[in-house]
Write a protein that binds this ligand. Structure first.
Ligand code: C2E
Ligand code: CA
Ligand code: CA
Ligand code: CA
Length: 278
């Protein structure tokens, strides 16, 4: 038995070592990927519910690995967070967005909102403010209005969150609470912090018109948001039925495949030129 136990712990230690090695390799791959230019940004239009007009864009990072192909952001963002690479990766994203933005300026109306996803880890990082200031300087001036999309995870440490949100606002950047309804004690945060947008997770939108005709939780969320004077963005809207339900419920903005998938810069050019013709 003793021998078997020993053998087992050796195997376990070996497995741990392998996992560590694999993670390190992936971390290296992200660093290399940035150097080799394997990342690009796609932009998904956000629609204003009352007019049907394009209100803004959400920037979504994409990684095309030379041998693995497309790696989904849900996978590499969490690796980057675990490997202390989220700050360099976000700086890289800022650079890519700034580069795209100078091109997009020509075709995108002034005042268009630009949403950026930020990792909660970055918010409390010492260089955060300088990283943001550098990015703002690299962007075309007075063309976009910025929104930082932040998940509830960032609000666990109340005091530092308060301070950082305040600073973000001072830079004239709006704050959206992302993936609303997937974390914990979200309602408390809604009262405590002043957000500008509440992004309703796709999971809620999926429930529309499936099990029951009405979605009481979503209904309650929309009512609450109205009372708090918050803009509401529904994510993952795929069907006209969902859009109609949301509009009736008082949603202010929508985003999803029904309107557009995330687009590369050339695809975005097509999107905006098609629109200005009609
Ligand atoms: P998210 O912020 O909730 O982004 C929305 C996700 O929903 C995107 O997935 C988008 O492509 C997808 N989506 C949009 N409309 C539809 C639809 O109608 N149906 C379906 N099925 N999906 C839809 P994506 O691009 O794979 O991103 C996944 C997550 O990765 C994002 O979730 C965000 O949390 C994270 N992420 C992406 N880019 C960045 C980034 O630059 N920085 C950070 N920190 N996180 C990022
Ligand atoms: Ca988001
Ligand atoms: Ca989201
Ligand atoms: Ca999400």
């Amino acid at each position: 038995i003793l021998l078997a136990g020993l053998l087992l712990s050796i195997i376990a230690a070996f497995a741990c070592f392998l996992a560590l090695l694999l993670r390190q390799r992936q971390g290296k791959e992200i660093q290399l990927g940035m150097k080799r230019g394997e990342f690009h940004v796609e932009y998904q239009p956000v629609i204003e519910a009352s007019t049907g007009r394009t209100y803004g864009l959400e920037a979504l990072l994409r990684w095309t690995h030379p041998t693995e192909g497309r790696i989904p952001p849900d996978a590499f963002i969490s690796y980057a967070e675990g490997q202390n690479l989220i700050v360099p990766l976000t700086r890289h994203l800022f650079q890519l967005v700034a580069r795209d933005a100078h091109q997009l300026c020509q075709i995108i109306p002034a005042g268009t909102r630009l949403g950026i996803n930020l990792s909660p880890l970055h918010l409390s990082y010492p260089t955060f403010r300088q990283d943001v200031l550098d990015w703002l300087e690299a962007m075309p001036q007075n063309h976009f209005e910025y929104i930082f999309e932040i998940t509830e995870r960032a609000m666990v440490d109340d005091n530092s969150a308060d301070e950082i949100f305040h600073w973000i606002r001072q830079q004239n950047i709006k704050i959206a609470i992302d993936d609303f309804g997937t974390g914990h004690s979200a309602l408390i945060y809604l009262e405590k912090f002043k957000f500008d947008y509440l992004k309703i997770d796709r999971g809620f939108v999926l429930s529309i018109g499936t099990e029951t005709v009405n979605s009481p939780v979503l209904d309650a969320v929309l009512n609450l948001a109205q009372k708090l004077n918050l803009n509401t963005v529904a994510e993952g809207v795929e069907t006209a039925e969902q859009a109609l339900w949301l509009i009736n419920g008082g949603i202010t903005h929508m985003q999803g495949y029904l309107f557009s998938r995330p687009r590369t810069v050339p695809q975005l050019v097509d999107y905006f030129t098609d629109r200005s013709v009609s």
